[in-house]
Ligand binder design. Structure first.
Ligand SMILES: *Cc1c(COP(=O)(O)O)cnc(C)c1O
Length: 382
């Protein structure tokens, strides 16, 4: 992935996030094809919540629609409204459900609520009556996550009283896996069997269970619609194994200033790092306000011209200091960029250092970065 930083926005930017749309599209096609391998038709949605995991839903959504994606999931209704403006005709499902008095917003913007309990179902049915239209509905069954979704008793009510769905078009039955990234965990099979029982009791509606890692649990988990988020953006759906997905983001940050300090001097707030030798320190335009977590202190690395460079001292709000003593001076002049995420450092690497997961690294990607979208289709044709 390469791009030049000559445009006005990137020339001024302290940090540039490059998003590779062709790689996201290729990841989507790869997951879709994994579903197609089953034998019966399986479609592949895209989960675009949290601004497409930090990559930019307003750009990624239309790009995936152009690639053939016909189903989109977001968490908040506001995310759905924003996505509807750029994806005019595919269903957009709102995972967080139907909040009181938002029915007109769903109808006006053509959004579909994921109904998480009977009260929401009743409210949506009443809306269908008021609008005199067969509104689309998604039913989310809780098979073990215990966050959102119809619990077992409410699910049984639905099975026994199908009339409760009258006036609605049942667009999808769904559930969500608890430990899909652990293929050996018996909880997967337990959830699968609960979901299967429910789907069999509600014939005629398409069903969806698998998130990114769930897709790799095999065809039993695929049903009719795959629901990946993370893997689209290059997060490894198989922790501990080689990542089958293409990486989709890189973050380049500019050096603002360099200085040479003597031995036994401290760098940054709290005097948390002390030089053992005369040291060349470079200060870069990145901080915890950009999602470079404060607990990366004295742990992470960046790369300059392929060379590994340690982060030293505390992470400030807007600044990070690095030890460039071993880097040729010409490679670390002010204005030069260092690679924070990319070829040498994955979101998983940063997550390990920050004691979190790659999802949090991605969704925390800073709002101050200049975002540069590249889409070299020749690189990743179907
Ligand atoms: C976030 C989410 C997904 C996508 O999960 P990934 O692990 O990112 O693929 C799918 N379904 C639901 C209900 C979700 O909340």
């Amino acid at each position: 992935m390469s791009a030049s930083f000559d445009s006005d926005a990137t020339r001024r930017a302290g940090a540039i996030l490059t998003v590779d749309l062709a790689a996201i599209a290729a990841n989507w096609r790869g997951l879709r094809d994994a579903g197609r391998a089953v034998g019966h038709p399986v479609e592949c949605a895209a989960v675009l919540k949290a601004d497409a995991y930090g990559t930019g839903a307003a750009i990624v959504g239309p790009r995936l629609a152009a690639e053939g994606c016909r189903h989109f999931f977001v968490a908040h209704i506001e995310e759905g409204i924003a996505l509807r403006a750029v994806v005019p005709d595919a269903p957009i499902y709102v995972l967080n459900g139907l909040l009181a008095n938002t029915e007109p917003d769903f109808v006006e913007h053509g959004l579909t609520p994921v109904l998480n309990e009977l009260g929401q179902l009743n409210a949506w049915r009443a809306a269908a009556q008021r609008y005199n239209r067969a509104l689309d509905a998604v039913i989310h069954i809780d098979t073990g996550m215990h966050r959102l979704g119809f619990g077992p008793e409410e699910a049984q009510v639905l099975i026994n009283e199908r009339g409760r769905l009258r006036g609605l078009r049942l667009a999808l039955l769904m559930s969500h896996l608890v430990v899909s990234e652990e293929p050996g965990n018996p909880v997967n099979g337990e959830q699968l069997s609960r979901f299967r029982t429910f789907v069999r009791a509600m014939p005629g509606a398409p069903a969806s269970l698998a998130n990114s890692s769930g897709i790799f649990l095999g065809p039993d988990y695929h049903f009719d619609l795959l629901r990946p988020g993370a893997a689209l953006y290059g997060i490894n759906p198989l922790p501990g194994q080689p990542n089958p997905m293409l990486s989709t983001v890189r973050l380049d940050v500019r050096i603002l200033q360099t200085r040479v300090i003597d031995a036994l001097q401290t760098v940054g707030y709290g005097a948390a790092w002390r030089s053992a030798r005369p040291t060349r320190v470079a200060t870069i335009a990145l901080g915890y306000a950009d999602g470079y977590f404060r607990n990366l202190v004295n742990r992470a690395h960046v790369h300059i011209a392929g060379r590994r460079v340690p982060v030293i001292g505390r992470i400030s709000m807007d600044l990070v200091t690095i030890d460039v003593t071993e880097v040729p001076e010409t490679a670390c002049l002010p204005g030069a960029t260092v690679e924070v995420l990319g070829e040498h450092t994955t979101a998983e690497d940063l997550a390990d250092h920050a004691r979190t997961n790659a999802y949090e690294i991605m969704t925390a990607l800073g709002r101050r970065y200049a975002r540069l979208y590249i889409d070299d289709r020749s690189e990743s044709g179907p």
